[in-house]
Ligand binder design. Structure first.
Ligand code: C2O
Ligand code: CU
Ligand code: CU
Length: 481
């Protein structure tokens, strides 16, 4: 056999294989194009009715202590099941139920005890996000509750009326546990919240909205998929754990308490008719005066209370949207009326007093896909990053120095107190950031200065509230003493 012939043979085999590969790839692409994605498969199961499902309103948890100045709550972290898609079971987690948890409503000055029972097969914690509390009772990563065990938090409510929330914080399982349903709201009431002329009938005209994006596998199980790039945005939005929700309301002034309960995604909310509404509160309580706006931006962990006046809406249907996505349908009934009255002033927000030469600390946030650091350091549970004196106000400078700007920004959160925003890139913050905050969005290249003051001692966390960032390095610890 001469060399040329062998060479020729090799060539034809080579081309043959190449052709096979090409045909294979084309076939694969074709099949992929006609096979629906898990989300498409599940969407096909959803009923096509106009209205969808009535919005779930979480229960108000019953206080087990007859003393009006004392509160006793019991929370069971437990496994559950939901049918987000009819006939398809999703394994979930919840507090005292299948998904999410009850609202814990307390009053300023009350002595609170919360017993948390871990009925899961994995460790967990219960963190009171936004609560002015000491380190031991904060429920952070250091207060782990092993399966079958209980933990009791004790604290006195010593902060103004606000909408806070609770969620697990066990290191490296926070993201997954929240994604599966462990979260709930805390309402703090005080004289101001009870005295103001604003809606306060729970579930009637004072409505909690926990908004979360979620992905599912085609068998209905949650698809909490982290890649090197981050957490995949959810194809579905749940409100209070309801898929495709609607809410029937009277044509009147309504208060919505909104939590962006997503692990990783920002949301920009607006009404389908572009209507204006008033923001009356942020994370840590009421603003000094209502702020009129037509969209509401919330990064993960942030809350806002808004007043929406439906009195004059003639159409009987309206939708809350997040970008192009449907969040919640409103169906209105009752007579139209003249515009509702909105208080011109809400509360006096006391300024955090700061000394002449305050201690200034810089926190540089940097991420690379799902991984990140704060001040160049990845989280280490054995390391205390800052020691902060109790009762002394400081300036904290939060810088976002992300180089490859895949993320729009990071929601910076700190435990144990509520802070105030001094500036955003050197200019005073917008009025809706003029109240108390515990989570602040810091966009790419931005520098946000906040005033912090701690009233309680202990070990606390600061972190990016994109939970998968928090788990991938973007968290630090500080000791208040
Ligand atoms: Cu919402 Cu460290 O938590
Ligand atoms: Cu927190
Ligand atoms: Cu982040």
């Amino acid at each position: 056999m001469d060399i040329k012939k062998i060479k020729n043979q090799y060539f034809s085999i080579f081309y043959y294989i190449l052709l096979l590969l090409l045909v294979g790839m084309l076939l694969f692409q074709g099949v992929k194009a006609i096979t629906p994605s898990p989300a498409q498969q599940l969407r096909a199961i959803l009923p096509d009715e106009e209205k969808g499902n009535p919005l779930a309103i979480p229960a108000l948890l019953e206080d087990g202590d007859p003393d009006p100045m004392k509160v006793f709550f019991q929370l069971d972290a437990q496994p559950g099941q939901m049918e987000f898609f009819p006939g398809v079971v999703t394994e979930t987690l919840g507090y005292n139920g299948d998904y999410l948890g009850p609202v814990l409503r307390v009053k300023k000055g009350q002595e609170v005890q919360i017993q948390v029972n871990n009925q899961l097969t994995a460790p967990t914690t219960a963190h009171w996000h936004g609560m002015d509390v000491d380190g031991e009772n904060d429920g952070g990563p250091h207060q782990g509750i092993m399966p079958g065990e209980s933990w009791t938090a004790r604290f006195t409510i010593d902060q103004p009326a606000a909408t806070l929330w609770y969620h697990p914080h066990f290191h490296l399982s926070t993201g997954a546990q929240v994604y599966h349903g462990l979260a709930g709201l805390i309402y703090i009431e005080d004289e101001a919240s009870e005295g103001l002329n604003i809606p306060r009938d729970y579930g009637e005209n004072d409505i909690p909205l926990v908004i979360q994006d979620r992905n599912f596998n085609s068998d209905g199980s949650f698809y909490h998929n982290m890649t090197r790039m981050g957490l995949e945005p959810g194809e579905f939005l749940l409100v209070n754990g309801t898929m495709n929700p609607y809410l029937a309301l009277n044509r009147e002034l309504v208060r919505l308490r909104v939590l962006n309960g997503s692990n990783y995604e920002n949301m920009d909310l607006a009404f389908s008719d572009g209507r204006f509404f008033h923001q009356i509160a942020s994370d840590g309580g009421f603003l000094e005066a209502p702020v009129e706006k037509d969209s509401l931006f919330l990064s993960p962990g942030e809350r806002a209370e808004i007043l929406v006046d439906f009195s004059q809406v003639t159409s009987d249907h309206l939708t809350l949207m997040a970008g192009g996505e449907l969040v919640l349908d409103f169906y209105l009934s009752g007579e139209t009326a003249s515009a509702a009255e909105i208080p011109a002033l809400l509360v006096a927000v006391p300024e955090i007093e700061i000394g002449e030469n305050p201690t200034t600390r810089i926190f540089t946030l940097e991420s690379e896909g799902i991984n990140g650091t704060i001040n160049g350091k990845a989280f280490d549970m054995e390391r205390i990053d800052e020691v902060v004196p109790k009762g002394e106000a400081e300036l904290w400078v939060i810088r976002n120095t992300d180089r490859n700007r895949i993320m729009p920004g990071h929601p910076f959160h700190l435990h144990g107190t509520q802070f105030q925003v001094v500036s955003r890139d050197g200019t005073p913050p917008p009025p809706e950031e003029g109240g108390f905050k515990d989570t602040i969005f810091v966009a790419n290249g931005e520098e946000v200065v906040i005033k912090v003051l701690f009233h309680n001692e202990g070990l606390f966390m600061y972190h990016c509230h994109m939970l998968e960032h928090e788990e991938h390095g973007m968290m630090g610890q500080f000791m208040v003493e």
